[in-house]
Design a protein around this ligand. Structure first.
Ligand code: FES
Length: 447
């Protein structure tokens, strides 16, 4: 998986367009908003290279609080007959639907465009740019009282965003409500009011769920439901940054999920992570090499569509010096036969070999559920995906029983099934390797 830091787009300013007249629930968003929304299409063309809003990013967001929708908040479906290929020029059209525009810029600035926009009355890109520049210079642009969390839930664009994004969106809403309730009970004011929005595709669906924390400008990827409390905490931090040891903001950034920051170039984001992110401790890994094994060490991932029947041959290298050949099956059908060492967990074997879908962001502390996988019986067809709904009868004996803590954390796994386990809780053992030789396998989840 490609690294997260530096993966956020290099926008100087990020624009968020909200419908102001007709609430448009996220489930009606088509794959490409510009195909059905002429105003979005026009603004989007201005943000392209050489356009009047070059270096601006544009996204479409939905207002959770429909009291913000000014007149008729009844749902108006998008016009499916619209031909997205024929653009309607601004100022000449009958397109009068009005939209609200929010704009964010570094460091920690937020402004709202002073008038609602419609295609019929849309100012030129130059005028919009000048208007926003002036507004950003005002002291009121330093938004100190509010934070805005945007979660990409654009399922028509990518189902990962639809599934994981929606879960994270709901978890954030819940955590924000809990926080507000706690403040109320304690008779205290929240440090900032947090508003949570759904946003259309922001780029990088493979890192779903993507969450943007504004006006801070921090972009996060691979966010899971269990990250919601830490993201709320990050959103409560001051928005501008001093970059010093006392800087509360940098201390509250959720670094393991950080993609970058609005206004930063990719390399700047990577450097910033090196400077301000958590220290990286590289543990020494001294693995005794079996006599006669290759100089490349123990990693022998079978990273192609290898015939499952070949497995017994590979076991020759197993069971020497506490090493065992373990079999993982990727969601895309790829088989991975890798060497696990006694003394480590299945998660550690998987991450050492960079297997997909095992992120293990908490490092085995039972705090993330991103090491989730399915422990499956042998299938009749050795190349087929194992039945994730069918428990292995002697699972406790082979893998050890599920503790209450693991059971709790499994609730946060995406698509939990009867065969679900957290691989950070299962030690590598000879018995597991033998069970795999008889066809047992670990099915890696989709994400
Ligand atoms: S690595 Fe986080 S719960 Fe297993």
């Amino acid at each position: 998986m490609s690294p997260l830091p530096g993966s956020a787009p290099e926008y100087q300013t990020h624009l968020m367009l909200f419908p102001a007249e007709h609430a448009r629930p996220d489930y009606t968003w088509p794959s490409h908003i510009d195909a059905v929304c002429p105003l979005y299409s026009e603004l989007s063309s201005r943000t392209r290279q050489g356009g009047s809003l070059e270096y601006y990013g544009l996204s479409f967001a939905s207002e959770n609080d429909t009291s913000q929708v000014s007149q008729d908040d009844a749902f108006q479906p998008w016009d499916p007959k619209r031909d997205g290929s024929s653009r309607i020029p601004p100022n000449q059209a009958a397109e009068e639907e009005k939209f609200r525009l929010y704009a964010y810029r570094s460091p920690g600035l937020f402004v709202e465009y002073p008038e609602l926009l419609s295609l019929r009355t849309l100012p030129s890109g130059q005028v919009m740019r000048q208007t926003l520049d002036k507004l950003f210079q005002k002291p009121s642009a330093r938004l100190a009282s509010e934070s805005h969390l945007y979660v990409c839930t654009h399922g028509a664009r990518d189902c990962r965003c639809g599934v994981v994004g929606t879960e994270v969106y709901e978890a954030l809403q819940e955590k924000v409500q809990e926080h507000e309730l706690r403040c109320k009970q304690q008779n205290s004011q929240p440090a900032r009011q947090i508003r949570v929005f759904e946003v259309s595709h922001v780029g990088g669906h493979k890192w779903a769920a993507n969450v943007l924390v504004y006006p801070h400008g921090d972009w996060y990827g691979n966010v899971r439901v269990s990250d919601a409390p830490l993201l709320v905490r990050a959103a409560l931090a001051p928005a501008s940054s001093r970059h010093d040891l006392e800087d509360l903001r940098e201390r509250l950034v959720l670094w393991p999920r950080w993609r970058g920051r609005l206004g930063m170039k990719s390399q700047e984001a990577r450097d910033h992570m090196d400077l301000w992110g958590p220290p990286v401790v590289h543990t020494a890994q001294i693995a005794p090499r079996a006599r006669g094994s290759s100089a490349s060490g123990t990693s022998q991932a079978a990273s192609s569509q290898q015939d499952a029947q070949e497995y017994p041959k590979l076991k020759e290298s197993a069971e020497t010096s506490g090493h065992h050949t373990l079999r993982f099956h990727g969601y895309d059908g790829t088989w991975y036969d890798v060497q696990g060492q006694e003394g480590e967990t299945l998660m550690e074997t998987a991450t050492r070999h960079n297997l997909p879908s095992i992120e293990a962001t908490c490092g085995g502390e039972l705090e993330c559920a991103t090491c989730h996988a399915y422990i499956c019986n042998a299938a009749a067809d050795p190349n087929a995906r194992g039945d994730v709904t069918q428990e292995v009868s002697n699972a406790d004996e082979l893998f050890g029983p599920i503790s209450d803590e693991e059971d709790d954390m499994l609730e946060y796994a995406i698509d939990r099934q009867p065969t679900s386990r957290l691989t950070c809780q299962i030690p590598v053992s000879r018995r597991i390797a033998q069970w795999m030789q008889q066809g047992g396998r670990i099915e890696l989840p989709r994400y």
